[in-house]
Write a protein that binds this ligand. Structure first.
Ligand code: CA
Length: 230
């Protein structure tokens, strides 16, 4: 039990390993989170679709439904709960696949429990940031739900990192940011400035090429309604 009368923070752990799963549950419960465990992808999907959680901790290698597939199905169903993906795979392409698949964060096994708890706290903080709407041209960007709603009501969901990048650009719509500035502000753990290009690409793919303008010799800025050629 926690003393947080204002509302309990609920986590869902989806992990098939018979030792790691219960260990994670004990860890999170010890940290004050109400925590459920699902031991395969199907059970995890069902729980995440039918109960409200504040964050998911998802193993990638799962029976029934693989972790990233589970996450993709949740996102398609409009479930925006942030997810941290745990995996034994540590290559760059796996990392990008996890983040591209809608995960907020990614941790490679074996990991330090303190780091896992810290990452979960970051996800939860992002989630509970006070509601704020930013204009992206004629669209509304909701920082809490990480969705962009068009004038016709269509909604596009962003990952945590896509949302962080768009927030930076949308808060300073007249300013161009260099890739180095974007990395420093949004992806401080990145090993290369090309991650900025990657996430600009993701935003353009989801929201249209005009959402971010390339400023030659400088970097990127918010691009909606500037009449800039593609
Ligand atoms: Ca597993």
């Amino acid at each position: 039990m926690t003393d947080a009368a204002a509302g309990t923070t609920r986590l869902l752990v989806v992990e098939d390993d018979r030792e790691v799963g219960p260990l994670l549950v004990r860890l999170f419960r010890g940290a004050g989170y109400e925590t459920d465990l699902a031991v395969d992808g199907q059970a995890g999907l069902h729980r995440a679709l039918t109960r409200r959680y504040d964050a998911l901790i998802l193993d990638r290698g799962l029976p029934a439904i693989e972790g990233l597939d589970l996450l993709a199905r949740l996102r398609r169903s409009g479930v925006t709960v942030p997810a941290l993906v745990l995996t034994a795979l540590g290559t760059v392409s796996d990392r990008v696949a996890g983040l591209d698949g809608g995960a907020e964060d990614y941790l490679v096994k074996p990991f330090e429990v303190d780091e896992l708890l810290a990452r979960v706290r970051v996800m939860l903080r992002r989630r509970s940031a006070s509601s704020e709407l930013l204009a992206v041209g004629r669209e509304q960007f909701d920082l809490v739900t990480r969705t962009v709603t068009g004038p016709d009501g269509t909604v596009v969901a962003l990952s945590g990192r896509e949302s962080d990048l768009l927030r930076l650009l949308a808060r300073h719509p007249a300013r161009a940011f260099s890739r180095e500035e974007i990395i420093a502000e949004v992806f401080p753990d990145a090993s290369s400035v090309t991650l900025a290009d990657t996430y600009v690409h993701y935003l353009r793919r989801k929201l249209g090429t005009g959402v971010v303008s390339t400023v030659r010799g400088v970097g990127y800025r918010l691009g909606r309604d500037r009449g800039a050629p593609a």
